[in-house]
Design a protein around this ligand. Structure first.
Ligand code: CO8
Length: 260
């Protein structure tokens, strides 16, 4: 393992803190996703662990979303393996029996937003420099149906329709207003607030809570499971198009240009 993630489990509270520490931006590469999914599986199997708080060790970024370099200039086989790992990551986190709380202490675009959205609760740092949203259209790409479903389940159809078409990135205050996040806290309090929320959720008997969670989430989960292979094929077909490769290359270049 390359240690892009650290996990600290508190045996007395039953709460683990999973910290992403993959500079510069915690992008979700194939290695990162594999390590994340395995770390989560280990916690899932640990009877003592009832909840997990996701956060970032980086000062300004929660996660920059999918690693764009995994979607550029690679083989079809690579894209397929990458996409399966993205699906697996979503499925594991979305259907976790543990209480999952995102302590969003930095910017949170695209796949980073998806990661936060699949948690049970989101606390975001109240800093106007940070933003959160599914910005895929701005890269000239399209959020897959299960990204869309995850967002619709959280903020409703109308708001999702606007947000997805515009690739809208919400300020923390606006994210709170539409329910994209549940609570704001000053940057240094995000994890403390997440722990308080966690203890409220853990006051509910586990079996009743996770049967309820599974009842709420099963239709959305089943849709991806049923269409998993077709979704991989459609991702590979889309991402291998010359026009999409060009858009992604240009976007990566523009990220680099911003600094100069
Ligand atoms: N993937 C790969 N590299 C990235 C990414 C990324 N997502 N984001 C940033 N980087 C790189 C930058 O290019 C830069 O590289 P270098 O140092 O070599 O120039 C380095 O990380 C640092 O980036 P910044 O200087 O921009 O760092 P800041 O701290 O100033 O800003 C941000 C951090 C706000 C996260 C900023 O980097 C940003 O906005 N990044 C882009 C995020 C983004 O748009 N992600 C979308 C990814 S796509 C996705 O997740 C879903 C795709 C769904 C698939 C659809 C079907 C095709």
């Amino acid at each position: 393992f390359t240690n892009k993630i650290s996990v600290e489990m508190d045996g007395t509270t039953g709460v683990a803190v999973l910290t992403m520490k993959s500079p510069p931006v915690n992008s979700l590469s194939l290695d990162f996703l594999t390590e994340f999914t395995i770390s989560l599986e280990k916690l899932e199997m640990d009877k003592a662990c009832r909840g997990v708080i996701l956060t970032s060790a980086l000062p300004r970024v929660f996660s920059a979303g999918l690693d764009i370099t995994e979607m550029c200039g690679k083989s079809a086989e690579h894209y397929a393996a990458f996409w399966r790992a993205v699906q697996e990551f979503w499925l594991k986190l979305y259907t976790s029996n543990m209480v999952t709380v995102a302590a969003i202490n930095g910017s949170c675009p695209a796949g980073g937003c998806l990661m936060a959205l699949v948690c049970d609760y989101r606390v975001m740092a109240d800093d106007p420099k940070f933003s959160i949203g599914l910005n895929e259209t701005k890269l000239g790409i399209v959020a897959p149906f299960w990204f869309k479903d995850t967002m619709t389940n959280t903020i409703g159809n109308r708001e999702t329709e606007k947000a997805l078409q515009l690739g809208y990135m919400y300020s923390p205050a606006d994210a709170l207003k539409v329910g994209l996040v549940d609570q704001l806290a000053s940057a240094d309090k995000v994890e403390t607030v997440a722990s308080t929320v966690m203890s409220e959720w853990l006051a509910i008997p586990d079996h009743a809570r996770h049967l309820t969670k599974s009842m709420m989430r099963k239709p959305t989960r089943d849709r991806l499971v049923t269409h998993r292979d077709a979704d991989i094929t459609s991702f590979v077909n889309f991402v291998t198009k010359d026009s999409i490769q060009k858009s992604l290359q240009m976007y990566l270049e523009s990220l680099k240009q911003r600094k100069r």
